[in-house]
Design a protein around this ligand. Sequence first.
Ligand code: B12
Ligand code: SF4
Length: 320
Amino acid sequence: MLFRPIKALVPRDAGGPAFNQTAFGEARGPAILLTTINAKWIHPSLALRLLKANLGSLEGDCEILEFALRQPLAEKLGAILSLRPRILGISVSIWNHAATLELLEALEDGWAGKNAAEGGPPGPVVVLGGPEVSYLPEDAEIFRHAAYVIRGEGEDVFRELCAALLGGGNPGPARFIEGAPADLGRIRQAYHYYSGEDLARKLVYAESSRGCPFRCGFCQSAASGRVREFPLAPFLAEMDTLIKRGARNFKFLDRSFNANTGRALEIMDFFLRRIEAARRAGASLCVHFEMVPGLFPPNCGKCCGASRRGACGWKSGYRP
Ligand code: B12
Ligand code: SF4
C-alpha cells in the first residue's frame, strides 16, 4: 500500500471525491493529461515525463502538455479545454503557483460554460503535485480547485491513484496523499520522452540522484534527509543514448552532485570523454552540475580544463 494519507479531509461530497466514469461522457483526448507551466520554454519538465513513464498499463493513455510562463492564459486554456481528459495532473512549483491558480480558475469557468452548453459533464479530476504543493498548508487557496493533492514523489502514488480512478476502484477518502520516496532502482527512466526538438533546442535535465545530505534552514531540499542514487550503469546508458540522439546541453538536477565523490567523478569522466569527442568532431557538448564547494575532488583538474573551454559548468555555494 503506497498511499499514506496525511489526513482524511472531509471531501467535497459526502463519500469523497469519488470518480464516476459516466459523469465525464466521451473523452476526446487522453484519459490522463499531465501539464505544467515551465519557467521558460527551454526548461522541460522531467517530472511530467517520469510520471507518465511510471503509469504502468496507463502510460499509453497519458499525454504531456507543457506551457511556459510567458504564454498567454488563453493559449493554455484553449489547449486543455480542447482535450477533455478524465484526469488532469498539474505540476506546481514556486515559479508557476500564481499562474496555475489563474489557470485553474479559468478552467473551472471554461468547463462550466462548455459543459452546460453541451448538456454535459463536469471537468476532469484535478490532481496537483510538485514541490510547491508538497509543503503548502491544507487551506491554501489553490487546493480549493483540486480533488487530490499528492505531496512528495509522485511516480508510484500517481499510478495507483489513476488506476483506482479509471478502473472504478476506491481511491480512499484522503484528498492529501503523501508519496513515499521512490525506489530509484525500480522506477522507469523517462529520457525517451524528450523529443528531438527538446534535445536540439532546450536544456536536457538529467537526474542522477535525489535529496541532499545537508540541512540548510532556508531550503526545501533540506527536508529530503538523505541522498538516493539512480543505478549508475543504466543512468550512463541513458545519457549515452541522449547524446547519440543529439542532446547538447545537459543540466543536472542533483542538489549536491558531488555528495558521492567517486560517483561524481565517474559521471564527469563519462561526459569529459564525450565533450572531447564532440570537440574533435567540431560540435559542442555542455554539461552543468551543482556542486558542494568543500567536496571538490582534488583530482578534478581535467574538468577545470573543460570548464575553461565552457563545456563543463558548475555552480556552488548558496543556492536555494
Ligand atoms: C530545474 C529547476 C528550476 C528551473 C525551472 C524548471 C522548469 N521546469 O521550469 C529554474 C532554473 C528556472 C528554476 C528556478 C527557480 N527555482 Co528551481 N529548481 C529546479 C530543480 C533543480 C529541479 C526540478 C526538477 O525538475 N526536479 C526533478 C523532478 C523529478 O522532481 P520534482 O519536480 O520534485 O517532481 C517530483 C514530485 O514533486 C512529484 N510531482 C511533480 N509534479 C507533479 C505533478 C503531479 C500531478 C503529481 C501527482 C506529482 C508531481 O513527482 C515528481 C517525481 O517524483 C529543483 C530541485 C530539485 N532537484 O528538484 C529546484 C526547485 C524546484 N527550485 C526552487 C526554487 C526556490 C527556485 C527559484 C525561486 C530560485 C531563485 N531564488 O531564483 C527559481 C524560481 C524561478 C522563477 N522564474 O520564479 C526550489 C523550491 C521550489 C518550489 N517550492 O516549488 C527547489 C525545490 C530547489 C530547492 N531549494 O529545494 N528552478
Ligand atoms: S541549499 Fe543546497 S546544500 Fe543546502 S539543503 Fe539546499 S540543496 Fe542542500
